[in-house]
Design a protein around this ligand. Sequence first.
Ligand SMILES: O=P(O)(O)OC[C@H]1O[C@](O)(COP(=O)(O)O)[C@@H](O)[C@@H]1O
Length: 464
Amino acid sequence: QKPSIPEYPASKPLEPPPPPPTPPSRSLLYRFFAFLFRKTFTSSSERRNRKPPPSPPPSSEYTYYASPPVVKVPQKPSPVSRWFSTSARARARRAPPPPTSQGSYFRRAPLNSYAAARNAEGVITLTAFLGTEGSNVDVDLVVLMAHIQGACKHIGSILSTPKDLQSTPSAYDPPFGNRERENPRSLRTLSNNILHMALRSSGKVAAISSEEDDAPFWFGDSGPYVVVFDPLDGTQAFDELTPTGTMFSIYYRLREADHLPLGQKAAINVMQRGERLVAAGYGIYSSATMMCFSVGTGLHGFTLDSDVGEFVLTHPDIRIPERGSVYSINDGRYFDWSAQLRHYVDTIRQGRGQNSRRYSAKYISSMVADLHRTMLYGGICMNPRAHLHLVHEANALSFLVENGGGRAIDGRRRILEIQPAHLHQRLPLFLGSRADVSELESYGDVQQVININPEYDDDDDYFD
Ligand SMILES: O=P(O)(O)OC[C@H]1O[C@](O)(COP(=O)(O)O)[C@@H](O)[C@@H]1O
């Protein structure tokens, strides 16, 4: 005999929950005295902190009914409640704070003002982002950055387009031929001219210095800022389409030097220590064009969105990992290195250092690209020979690295503490994850002092 299949009970029809019992109506007089009693015997802070009564546990039978959304209708205070409302002290506490001596614009904005900076497409442009940086950014800096952004977009578009550069405006002096992609020197000159023009037309710059120029330029006493830059780095292997970059550093004009002769005050202004930096950044031209930028309150990355033609915030608050497992150095110069540096590199690539992982080597030979990877994934990025410019390159990169939580040294000292001795001073550079740089430091002197290929780079003044 087949077992009988039990019948399922008919599903229970869903019914709306019973309405809550209505409280017995009280007389108007009773409610008035109850109100007065509450007002008198509870302080305003108690009233504010009072927790709402716990909501009843949801009934399992009626969980299908979503509770209606709570819509807060702003209540007009009745004249009676205003009459009985708060004491003068409580009213003063609620009043908005008096403006500071610098005006409310200069107060540091909380990070959640990112939300307010989003535009209709939901993105935060670099310019809008600057508005969230509070007292670290004034209007002059916003204008200056708009011009630097424009220059980076222009350089990026020239690099990615097989343009006949003869068709670009004649203002780019000297005139360029149409084989510029094969002549990196000219591309560097063109990028230099684009930055010169952008900075001059901003009206916010007193002096500039470029890695491409022998001496600084003085634009005028009215500009509040000084900008130093390398217009296009990493062009040695340009035809291989390696990523390249623009680096820039922004300082305040030294007002105390205003009375000095032109040449002297220009030199003093552009050779400030990295510790005095107001802002710094780089543009990187690769599969995407990006700008990484800091005003001293963290490190942020913006990607050029070609749909809107703007740099938009894609990498907020980049933190360089405390330790990585990648080292970046020109390994072909192994026999030029100091014994200490060779010892360090041999140790980490065998996984015998403080990190038991075997380190991988990644070297693009384009400083901005090597640093960009290091900032995102951690590790250490090194050039032990005195090759990179302190004023035009190393200071900007070190400022960014420190703002991302990393370290930057020349093998002996913190880069940002070094007072430049001359404009085109070059030095070794080691930057990246905090723990990796400290481990390197513990090996002693890691700077490269021997150059067994002197003809390799005869424009280096380090070996003169
Ligand atoms: O030849 P090395 O020691 O590997 O140097 C490579 C470095 O030189 C650079 O190309 C800079 O050189 P330039 O200033 O001459 O352009 C960096 O981008 C790169 O990190």
